[in-house]
Design a protein around this ligand. Sequence first.
Ligand SMILES: O=C(O)CCC(=O)C(=O)O
Length: 347
Amino acid sequence: MEVAGEPIRVQILSQSGLTRVPPQYVQPPHHRPKASSPSPPQTIPTVDLSGSGRDSVREAIGQACLDWGAFHVTGHGIPTDLLRAVKRVGLTFFNDCPVADKLRYACDPAASASEGYGSRMLERDDTVLDWRDYFDHHTLPLSRRDPTRWPHFPEDYRRVVAEYADRAAALARELLGLVSESLGLPTRCVEERVGEFYQNITISYYPPCPQPELTLGLQAHSDMGAVTLLVQDEVGGLEVLKDGEWVGVKSLDEDAIVVLLADQTEIITNGKYKSAQHRAVTNSSRARLSVATFHDPTKTVKISPASQLISESGPPRFREVVYGDYVSSWYTKGPEGKRNIDALLLD
Ligand SMILES: O=C(O)CCC(=O)C(=O)O
């Protein structure tokens, strides 16, 4: 798809002044967002990691994982200034960099999760498109990190993203430790089964959409890896599926980070904790920005339920999977909710 010789980006479409979304962005009726409900919706819990004692923090995390698979964390130690900065550099790139400069960093549209500036998430080109542009960064292990592939503008972009990546990885480790402990496992149990983090940071930019009732900024999915940390601006648009209903997750305050359990954690915990199915909706008046940091196993790692969580009365619920095979299946078949993890269920 091309617009005036350039590969298409949603921001270009949005700025062209169109009043109807092109047909390839129109979701089938059963996937469209619902008009917001008049009663104040429930939302994900908040866990203050600096709260009173590890026992109560661990308990709060365990409950949040059981009930939602998603929660806000505060008191996590990542400086507010750094959270602000990572959103600022992302927004400056999308808003202030000329299109031609942005396209210098275009990702390879033929390769899934390739680094750079893109719009399409899946390899298949017969699916409804998301109303979103993004910049994907490969950040860990350090052998994958090459900041010269990231935007040169604003001038502190590369330093800020690298610093945030390191702080986010430390927080992800801390959270997986609490997840393990909340199930009575040794602190490093889940982290050791995941192995060295393969970390990507995706900065998503959702331009205003002329028909938000017909589109999704990002289709419903659960994340493939172990745990995702999401920082969002004040615009709102993230929704988490709870008991069959989509629940809005507004930004709490500048310090709060959304934690989303991902599929490999569901497998390792033998389904005791579920990965969070989520999506992003759009709006007609304000662009929205989010920064998602994914912590995944390396592709060669085999993932299976932790042996400590298997017993005669609680047999393994998932087949072992090589993580790279899981990723390939996800990108070729598409997420369609949780179809890829469901395909590993043993009956
Ligand atoms: O922008 C959001 O709120 C969600 C982002 C997300 O789910 C993703 O990047 O996978």
